[in-house]
Design a protein around this ligand. Structure first.
Ligand code: DX5
Ligand code: ZN
Length: 223
């Protein structure tokens, strides 16, 4: 399968959000990655459903909403109503992760489960069936522009093996420090979706960065 690319608006210039949306809409990018941070689960605060709802009205591509918040189960309906197509919650933030994933699917959204760099893949064992997406954090969540943690490659392989063995449909998404320098290795390890913040919006030519990140793997043995 050809990989998907989800530019993260966290790295965009917030005074020129319309231009960022225009760029993504008119590019080969597949999804918008929207990082919601509450200052409790992670040491940073970003934006919430009001902004997502407004962005929805000026964009057509799917919204991949990454909730880095405590008690996400309280807000799932609101994020769905704001326009989220994929809603990802953190394993570490959900004492009843199985129930929360089911709750996301009940809204009609795709359900994603995320794990931090310090959480082993084995934590996902009993919820893989409930997930449409597994998000492996390749930096500690909270900030854009951090360095990719290479141990993630091993974790991608571990999740991929479980997904194939159990014949599950879940996609693997990698988030944090992804760019042209490591995208090929990440895809080779088995990733399906690449999140790219700084490597797109801080690039000299963001449109070209998207094109190149989508081209990776073409013509190689990756399918
Ligand atoms: C980090 C966020 C990421 C972030 C990625 O907590 O979840 O989605 O925006 O940014 P880059 O690509 O710059 O690492
Ligand atoms: Zn994210």
């Amino acid at each position: 399968m050809k990989h998907l690319l989800a530019p993260s608006l966290l790295a965009a210039d917030f005074t020129r959000l319309y231009e960022a949306v225009d760029l993504v809409e008119n590019s080969e990018a597949d999804w918008y990655h929207l990082d919601v941070m509450d200052g409790v689960f992670v040491p940073n605060i970003s934006f919430g459903m009001a902004i997502i709802k407004q962005l929805r009205s000026i964009s057509k591509k799917p919204f991949d909403v990454h909730l880095m918040i405590v008690e996400p189960e309280k807000y799932i309906t609101q994020f769905r109503e704001a326009g989220a197509d994929v809603i990802t919650v953190h394993y570490e933030a959900c004492p009843h992760i199985h129930r929360t994933l089911a709750q996301i699917r009940e809204t009609g959204a795709q359900a994603g489960v995320a794990i931090n760099p310090g959480t082993p893949v084995s934590a996902l064992e009993d919820v893989l069936d409930e997930a449409d997406l597994v998000l492996l954090m390749s930096v500690n969540p909270g900030f854009g522009g951090q360095k990719f943690i290479y141990n993630t490659l091993k974790k991608i392989e571990q999740v991929k093996e479980r997904i194939i063995t159990r014949n599950l449909p879940a996609k693997i998404e990698i988030d944090g420090g992804v760019g042209l320098q490591n995208a090929e290795a990440i895809l080779k390890a088995g990733a399906d979706v690449l999140v790219a913040g700084s490597s797109v919006f801080k690039a000299e030519n963001p449109k070209e960065a998207i094109t190149r990140l989508k081209e990776i793997g073409k013509g190689s043995l990756l399918v």
